[in-house]
Ligand binder design. Structure first.
Ligand code: ZN
Length: 205
């Protein structure tokens, strides 16, 4: 669709529809994992004036408005507002410790709590389903992850990255229903706790 970089009635309506549909899909996934509060409140900041009107102005249809904003200005203020308020984004969990010679350029990723890792997975599956439409298959989220993995290694805590990769692989192999069920009944109840700690220790050696 044409990109006017202006707020129109059409772009306002279309943007509202896109974010509401996304929230609906994420809510469905979150409920399957027993995450009711997160399912209901996922991405609510997208309706705040700072995020909503930029979304309507840079509405694209086939990609995120933030991508258009970055093309124009080199960064997206909308995204900074969003990731600073939504704990299901790993970017929320990045601290910065500026000391000369500190490894990883002072970027300090903190481990994400499990319930936000679960919401992040729901978010990624929903985004893939929306962007891929009829072409969607259960490996899409994993394939997308493979392309960004080299960058994520510097920005995501090893424990979080390990869990993310494990569940995206499980999604590919076993599909949504089985993965969401595992997350609800085993992962979020801490029944597989020992293995993550063991794997983290191994990865650090
Ligand atoms: Zn979000």
């Amino acid at each position: 669709m044409e990109n006017t970089d202006r707020i129109t009635l059409r772009s306002t309506f279309m943007h509202f529809k896109t974010i509401t549909k996304h929230r609906h899909l994420v809510r469905k996934h979150c409920f399957k994992m027993g995450l009711f509060y997160q399912g209901l409140t996922h991405d609510l900041s997208k309706y705040s004036p700072s995020e909503f009107w930029n979304g309507a102005r840079y509405f694209q249809g086939t990609r995120s408005p933030n991508t258009r904003e970055r093309e124009l200005f080199g960064y997206s203020k909308t995204w900074l507002h969003h990731k600073g308020r939504n704990k299901h984004h790993f970017e929320y969990w990045i601290d910065f410790y500026k000391i000369n010679g500190k490894e990883n350029n002072g970027i300090v990723p903190c481990p994400m709590p499990d319930r936000y890792i679960a919401e992040m997975i729901a978010d990624r599956v929903a985004a893939c389903m929306t962007y891929r439409g009829d072409e969607y298959n259960s490996w899409d989220s994993f394939n997308y992850y493979q392309r960004e993995k080299e960058v994520l290694k510097h920005l995501v805590h090893p424990d979080t990255l390990n869990k993310l990769e494990f569940f995206l692989n499980m999604l590919g192999e076993q599909g949504e229903q089985a993965t969401f069920k595992y997350i609800k009944e085993i992962f979020l109840k801490g029944k597989d706790k020992g293995r993550w700690e063991r794997e983290l220790e191994e990865s650090l050696n």
